[in-house]
Design a binder for this molecule. Structure first.
Ligand code: DMJ
Length: 659
């Protein structure tokens, strides 16, 4: 025997030829120990290698993952089988076979080890759960349509009872969608209409959304907006040249509602990885940032439960807070995200804040406080409410300008259009959003509408109802396209509370929506102008060249949508379809959708801008117009002024309040 290395060799040679050594029957004790040692080392190495397999390479959750994997190889591989009771089989004809288990005779170390490992697995599972929740928490959603308010009203029950009954019914209807393997978001909730024509039209709108989105992705991804004719980004938008992805954030919930989940995911990942406002050096509009970014992100949070959206919304809203540091606490219009310096526009009645801007924060800020548990946002908007409520109102009306330093109104211009519009909308909707708890808001709304009806609502000689502007006690017989949202607003007010105003509200809702449709119908393009007038010579038509453009605005279609849901009058769907055809004819270009410079020309020149609100609002309202009522039901959701639906407190389980 010669030792040639660590291990001794017993190779024998016969005539110089190696011969197998099986002739010897057994090993010597020293050899046995060595072989045992080799096998044990090999076993330990193999076991350890599991932890370096690629799918286990992420440190956290490893114990659990490896355990699960090994379970597949055999349940007893990692954890010894639990002590089992005696196995008893019945014999045909009576009698039993008893196989004795190991209960009562188990090794105490074995069960101790088992308990420790089980505890580790449970801990890892818990960590896994928390990690997943951070990214995506699966929400419960309603899968059955809920009775609409309008349908329920036909039962002649008081609206409150109907709402309560609906809420009670809904509680029983919550169903959790089972997890999909690769997609943890819930499926979009159908909303297919029974009418085949409506379904076809809805598909058309979805295709329009794809066209708008795909071209934005192709030519302006990450930038704010798209120039669809020149196929590049639009650096002159309300958010300037910064890459804030305004179209992504504004369009995301529309993608989600339409069931365009791949596109939604693409946008969601961009938001998660790139939306960072901490380095923005520009002055941004508090109002626009709130309605498009904070509102859009909060809706995505409500719909999906993905807390990334909530946290981004909170980060952005925090950057808006320095704008509230004024003498009165009413915020300035612009804030610098880097320095926190804020200011007002010079043109706004000598540096005033604007009613429609500081009055359009309430829905988003209240909701943000509820879902983050941080009261600061709600405190800010409650404070604005107190300041404004305490002001003396000329003829009961709210002027468009308020000086945040002196606490006085600026010029006495009143309007349901630009500079005033969404302030009124948010009074009504704050009441709705609160589950009708915020009575003060509803009272302020009714008081304001009372004054507006008395001083600003008029009917033209041709029988068209419109809401005129009021400037220094003089009516300016003109309506902005922006003011056309008010058809839907009056309708919603009428249907959500029966009081001595509700009948009149409904008349105005129908009248204004019809007038706004006329403003479309009286153009060559069949799309409405930015403003239209009522004079002796014309009705519902623009006069000045700077009133003749159409920038893909949503307000008229918004009213069609709300009025359709409230009345089920087919004309609203027909009018919406007219708008789709006109958009396709004049605004669609190979690179997306463009606005028009003059709607009175047969072939209107294009402005080469695809506004982010076209995706957020115009296409969303069109899609919902051709959906059934269960999709983002008016009973459960309240739309912010950028058409981002926010859940109604106490009614919609997707409210997701931090308690
Ligand atoms: C949107 O940004 C919002 O609807 C806002 O309230 C005013 N109008 C634009 C779209 O026209």
């Amino acid at each position: 025997m010669t030792a040639t290395g660590i291990l001794p060799t017993y190779q024998r040679f016969v005539n110089g030829v190696p011969v197998p050594s099986f002739s010897r029957r057994s090993f010597r004790p020293r050899e046995k120990y060595l072989i045992l040692l080799v096998f044990m080392t090999f076993g330990v190495v193999c076991f350890g290698a599991f932890f370096y397999l690629p799918e286990f390479s992420r440190a956290s959750g490893t114990v659990n993952s490896v355990y699960k994997h090994m379970q597949k190889a055999g349940p007893e591989l990692l954890i010894p089988a639990p002590p089992h009771a005696d196995d008893v089989s019945e014999l045909p004809g009576g009698g039993k076979i008893i196989r004795h288990g190991d209960l009562g005779q188990q090794d105490p170390h074995r069960s101790e080890d088992r308990a420790k490992l089980q505890a580790k697995i449970e801990e890892a599972e818990e960590q896994d759960k928390m990690r997943n929740q951070k990214v995506l928490e699966r929400p419960d959603i309603f899968v059955e349509p809920v009775v609409s308010v309008s349908a329920a009203l036909k039962t002649n029950k008081p609206v409150e009872n109907v709402i309560e009954e609906n809420a009670a019914q809904k509680e029983q209807k919550i169903v959790t969608i089972p997890p999909a393997p690769s997609d943890r978001y819930p499926a979009t909730f159908g909303g297919e209409d029974a009418d085949p024509i409506a379904r076809e039209r809805r598909n058309k709108v979805k295709e329009m959304m794809r066209h708008a989105w795909d071209n934005y992705v192709r030519y302006a991804w990450g930038k704010n907006e798209l120039r669809p004719v020149s196929k590049r980004s639009h650096s002159n938008s309300v958010f300037g040249a910064a890459s804030m992805g305004a179209t992504i954030v504004d369009g995301l919930d529309t993608l989600y509602i339409m069931g365009l989940h791949d596109e939604f995911r693409q946008g969601r990942d961009w938001v998660a990885d790139n939306l960072d406002v901490s380095d923005l050096t520009s002055d941004l509009s508090v109002f626009e940032t709130n309605i498009r970014f904070v509102g859009g992100l909060l809706t995505c949070f409500a719909l999906t439960g993905d807390v990334m959206f909530r946290d981004k919304a909170a980060q952005i809203a925090e950057r808006l807070l320095p704008a509230f540091q004024t003498q009165t606490g009413v915020p300035n219009s612009l804030v610098n995200f880097k320095t926190g310096a804020s200011k007002n526009y010079g043109w706004a009645s000598g540096g005033c804040s604007i009613l429609s801007e500081f009055g359009t924060l309430h829905l988003e800020f209240s909701y943000l406080s509820d879902v983050t548990g941080n009261p600061v946002f709600r405190m800010k908007v409650d404070h604005i409410r107190r300041v404004i409520q305490a002001m003396e109102k000329p003829k009961g009306l709210y002027p468009n300008y308020f000086n945040p330093k002196t606490g006085k109104w600026g010029q006495h211009h009143m309007s349901i259009g630009g500079l005033g519009d969404s302030f009124y909308e948010y009074l009504l909707k704050a009441w709705l959003q609160s589950g009708r708890e915020d009575q003060e808001a509803r009272q302020m709304y009714d008081d304001a509408m009372h004054a507006i009806i008395q001083h600003m609502v008029r009917v033209s000689p041709g029988g068209l109802t419109y809401i005129s502007d009021l400037k220094f006690d003089r009516l300016e017989h003109k309506m902005d396209h922006l003011g056309c949202f008010s058809g839907g607003m009056f309708g919603l007010a009428a249907h959500t509370l029966k009081n001595d105003m509700s009948e009149r509200y409904m008349e105005i809702a129908e009248g204004v929506t019809r007038t706004c449709h006329e403003s479309y119908d009286r153009t060559a393009a069949k799309l409405g102008p930015e403003a239209f007038r009522f004079t002796e010579a014309i009705e519902a038509k623009a006069l000045k060249s700077n009133e003749k453009y159409y920038i893909l605005r949503p307000e008229v279609i918004e009213s069609y949508f709300i009025m359709w849901r409230l009345t089920k009058d087919q004309k609203y769907r027909d009018w919406g379809w007219e708008a789709v055809q006109a958009l396709e004819k004049h605004c669609r270009v190979p690179g997306g959708y463009t606005g028009l410079k003059n709607v009175y020309l047969d072939d209107p020149p294009k402005d080469d801008v695809q506004q982010s609100f076209f995706l957020a609002e115009t296409l969303k309202y069109l899609y919902l117009l051709f959906s059934d009522d269960s999709l983002i039901s008016l009973n459960e959701w309240v739309y912010n002024t950028e058409a981002h639906p926010l859940p109604i407190k106490g009614v919609n389980p997707l409210y997701r309040e931090q308690l």
